[in-house]
Write a protein that binds this ligand. Structure first.
Ligand code: B1M
Length: 606
C-alpha cells in the first residue's frame, strides 16, 4: 500500500479510536509528505467521523466514544485549517443550532454540533435555554442555510412552534430550513410544528443537513412532502363528565396499615393493604395548585402519599447575578426552568488530578445538613416512609468534572473519575449513617446513567469503574439498617443484573421511554427487588384523557402488583408539565384499584 494510503488509514483509525494526539501528528505528517489538506479531510477524517456516528447509531459506540472521536477529528482539523483557509476552501454551509428556551439539556445538541462540524459545516451554537429573540438575531447576523432546534422536555417541545413563528414574523422562514430533534421528539411532532426535517440521531441529522444543502427543494427528507397529517393535538384532552369508576366494594379502603408499613411491606415483597405511592420529585407550582398554596408536606398529608422525600441541606452562595450561585461542593450553578440548578460545565471545580488532590466534599458532620431530615422525622416519623434523597456514583462526577468532560474522562482519565466517585461516596455514606439515626427508612439515589437507547457509556465501564463504589454504597446503606432504591432514567436493561446483584432493594422508574416494561422487570427481578413506576409523564399525565390515566394505573397494577413488591408512580417525576387534575386521577385510581388482595376482575382492561 502506498505511504499516503497507509497514512490516511491511520488517520481514519485514529479518529475511530479517539486518539487526538496521533491524528494531529498524522495530519501534520500528511501535509509534510505532500498530501492535500482536502484529501486528508475528505478521504480520512470525514469518513472516520461518519463511521463513529454509524457505530453510535448501532449501539456499538456510546457518548464517550462519540465525543472523543469528535475531539480527535478536531485535532486533525486544527492542523488542516490554515491550509484549507489559504486554498479558499469554504464551509459546506452555515448552521445555527440551539436548545430551546426553558431547556438546559445540552449533550445531545453538542453531539449534533460535533457531527455537523466534522462534516464541514460552520456551526453557530447558541447554547441552551435560547430565546426566539436570540435565534432571530443569530439568523440575521450569520445567514445560515439551516437552523436546528433541540428539545428534551415535553414542556419545551412547543418552543419549536414558537421559534418557527418568530422566523415567520421576521420574514426569515423561507430563507432557512428548520430541523428539530431531541429525546422526546417524533417525526409526527416535527410535522405538527411545521419543521422541514427531523432526525433521531446526530449522524442522521448531519446526513439530512447535507442533503438539504444539495437538494433544498427536492430532498427526500423534507417533511411536508408526503403530506401525512398529525394524529395528535399535543394539548390537554378533555373528556366531558369523567367520573372515576368506583369498584364494587367498600371504598375508600379502611387503611389497615400506616403508609410506612405499606412501603416497607412492598420492600419485603409482602402484600400491603393497598399499592403504595410516592414520587421522587413534585413540581413546586403543582404542589401549590394541589394544596391551595400549601407546601410539599401538606401535599403528602392531603393526598395520603406514602413516602416523604427529604434531602440533606447544602448552603448556596449567590454570585452577582440572581440566578447564578456557588454550591458547597465548588460547582457554579445557574437556575433554570423547573428550578433546576444546572452546573456550569466550564467552571467545574475538578479538571485534573491536582484539582482532585485539593478538592474536598463539604463536611458531612455539619449539623445544618440534618435540619430538613429532623423536620421530616418530627412530622412523619413512624407514620410515613422517610426517604433520603441522595446520589450514587454518577451525578457527583457529572457536576464537579462537567458533563461532557466526564464522558471524555471515562476513557481518557478514569483515575480522575474514580477519585471523585470515591470522595463523593465517602461523603454520602457518612451522611446516610447520621441520617439513619434520625429516623430515615430508605435511601433513594437518583443518578441517570441511561437514555432512551440504553446506558450512555459502555456497560464495561460501569462494571470496572463505577459498580465497585455502587456496591460499597449499597452495603453501607444496609449496614445502617436502611433500604436502597435506585433511580435512573432510560433503558437500564443492560445494567439491571448488576444493580440487583449489588443488593439494591428497589428500582425506579422502569422508564417506558427507554422501552422498559413493568411486566418484564417484574418477571425477571420481581422476587429480588421492589419495582416502582411507570405511569407515563411524557404525554399521558400532561394531556390525558383521564380515562386513559385510569386504564394505565390498572395496567401497571396488573403487571407489577401481584404478590406485593410494587409502588405505583409516574414514569419519572411530577414535573411542571404534569396536569394536577390528571395526577389527582392517578392517585385516586391507585387508591381504588390498588387494594390487596388484588381484584383481577376489577383490574381487567376495559
Ligand atoms: Co433530564 N430529562 N431533566 N436531565 N434527562 C430527560 C430529558 C427525561 C426524558 C428523563 C425521563 O423522563 N425519562 C425527562 C423529560 C421528560 C419529558 O419531559 N418528556 C427529563 C426531566 C423531567 C428533567 C427535569 C425536569 C428533572 C427534574 O428536575 N424533575 C430537569 C429539567 C431541566 C431543564 O431542562 N430545565 C432535568 C435535568 C437533567 C440534568 C441536568 C440532571 C441532566 C442534563 C445534563 C445536561 O444535559 N448537561 C439530565 C439528563 C442527563 C437527562 C437524561 C437522563 C439523558 C439526556 C442525555 O444527556 N442523553 C434524559 C433521559 C432520556 O433522554 N431518556 C433526561 C444523551 C444524549 C446523547 O442523547 O439527548 O437523546 P439525547 O440526544 C440525541 C438525540 O436526541 C439527537 O441526537 C443526540 C445524539 O444522537 N438529537 C437531535 C438531539 N438534538 C437533536 C437535534 C436535531 C436532531 C437530532 O436536529 C436539530
Amino acid at each position: 500500500m502506498p505511504d499516503s494510503e497507509r497514512l490516511k488509514d491511520e488517520l481514519y483509525e485514529g479518529v475511530i479510536d479517539g486518539d487526538d494526539i496521533s491524528v494531529a501528528r498524522g495530519a501534520r505528517q500528511g501535509l509534510e509528505e505532500g498530501l492535500g489538506a482536502e484529501e486528508i479531510l475528505y478521504d480520512a477524517l470525514i469518513p472516520a467521523l461518519e463511521e463513529v456516528g454509524r457505530l453510535f447509531e448501532q449501539g456499538q459506540y456510546f457518548v464517550p466514544e462519540m465525543l472523543i472521536g469528535a475531539k480527535a477529528m478536531k485535532a486533525g482539523l486544527n492542523v488542516l485549517q490554515p491550509v484549507l483557509a489559504n486554498t479558499g476552501v469554504k464551509p459546506v454551509g452555515t448552521y445555527v443550532l440551539l436548545t430551546v428556551k426553558g431547556d438546559i439539556h445540552d449533550i445531545g445538541k453538542d453531539l449534533v454540533r460535533v457531527m455537523l462540524e466534522g462534516a464541514g459545516f460552520r456551526v453557530i451554537d447558541l447554547g441552551v435555554n435560547v430565546t426566539p429573540e436570540k435565534l432571530i438575531e443569530a439568523v440575521k447576523e450569520h445567514q445560515p442555510e439551516i437552523v436546528g432546534f433541540s428539545a428534551f422536555l415535553t414542556t419545551t417541545m412547543p418552543m419549536f412552534k414558537t421559534n418557527i413563528e418568530a422566523l415567520k414574523e421576521a420574514g426569515l422562514r423561507d430563507k432557512v430550513k428548520v430541523m428539530v430533534g431531541g429525546a422526546p421528539i417524533t417525526e409526527e411532532f416535527a410535522r405538527h410544528v411545521g419543521a422541514d426535517g427531523f432526525a433521531e440521531e446526530a449522524s442522521t441529522a448531519t446526513r439530512i443537513a447535507i442533503d438539504f444543502l444539495k437538494h433544498p427543494d427536492t430532498s427526500a427528507y423534507l417533511l411536508q412532502k408526503n403530506g401525512v397529517q398529525s394524529t395528535k393535538t399535543y394539548a390537554r384532552i378533555e373528556s366531558a363528565g369523567f367520573v372515576m369508576p368506583r369498584p364494587p366494594r367498600p371504598l375508600p379502603a379502611n387503611a389497615a396499615m400506616t403508609s410506612l408499613e405499606r412501603v416497607l411491606a412492598a420492600l419485603r415483597h409482602q402484600e400491603p393493604d393497598r399499592v403504595p405511592h410516592f414520587e421522587w420529585v413534585h413540581d413546586v407550582d403543582l404542589i401549590k395548585k394541589m394544596t391551595g398554596g400549601g407546601d410539599y408536606y401538606d401535599l403528602i398529608e392531603q393526598y395520603d402519599i406514602d413516602g416523604v422525600m427529604v434531602a440533606p441541606a447544602y448552603r448556596k452562595q449567590t454570585l452577582g447575578e440572581p440566578d447564578l450561585l456557588a454550591d458547597e461542593w465548588g460547582a457554579v450553578r445557574r437556575i433554570g426552568k423547573d428550578n433546576y440548578a444546572m452546573p456550569v460545565d466550564d467552571q467545574a471545580p475538578i479538571q485534573s488530578l491536582a484539582d482532585l488532590a485539593t478538592w474536598q466534599p463539604p463536611d458531612p458532620d455539619d449539623p445544618y445538613r440534618y435540619e430538613p431530615i429532623k423536620k421530616a422525622a418530627a412530622r412523619f416519623g413512624g407514620k410515613r416512609a422517610i426517604i433520603l434523597q441522595m446520589r450514587d456514583v454518577w451525578s457527583g462526577p457529572r457536576d464537579y468534572i462537567g458533563y461532557a468532560q466526564l464522558f471524555v474522562n471515562l476513557k481518557k482519565q478514569p483515575e480522575l473519575v474514580e477519585g471523585v466517585v470515591i470522595k463523593c461516596v465517602d461523603h454520602y455514606i457518612r451522611v446516610i449513617q447520621r441520617a439513619a439515626e434520625m429516623g430515615v427508612n430508605i435511601v433513594f439515589s437518583g443518578d441517570d446513567v441511561a437514555d432512551n437507547r440504553g446506558p450512555m457509556f459502555a456497560p464495561a465501564i460501569w462494571e470496572s469503574l463505577l459498580l465497585p463504589h455502587y456496591k460499597r454504597l449499597v452495603a453501607a446503606i444496609h449496614e445502617c439498617g436502611l433500604y436502597h432504591w435506585k433511580h435512573s432514567d432510560g433503558n437500564m436493561y443492560p445494567l439491571l443484573d448488576s444493580i440487583v446483584a449489588a443488593g439494591s432493594d428497589g428500582i425506579d422508574p422502569i422508564d417506558p421511554s427507554g422501552g422498559m416494561e413493568l411486566a418484564v422487570v417484574k418477571a425477571k427481578y420481581g422476587d429480588r427487588v421492589a419495582i416502582k413506576g411507570n405511569v407515563d409523564q411524557t404525554e399521558l399525565l400532561m394531556y390525558g384523557p383521564p380515562e386513559k390515566v385510569v386504564a394505565e394505573v390498572k395496567k401497571c397494577i396488573r403487571e407489577a402488583g401481584a404478590g406485593g413488591g410494587y409502588v405505583c408512580s409516574s414514569s419519572n417525576s411530577i414535573h411542571s408539565g404534569v396536569d394536577p387534575e390528571l395526577y389527582k386521577v392517578m392517585l385516586d385510581a391507585i387508591h381504588h384499584f390498588g387494594q390487596y388482595p388484588l381484584d383481577w376482575d376489577l383490574l381487567a382492561a376495559d
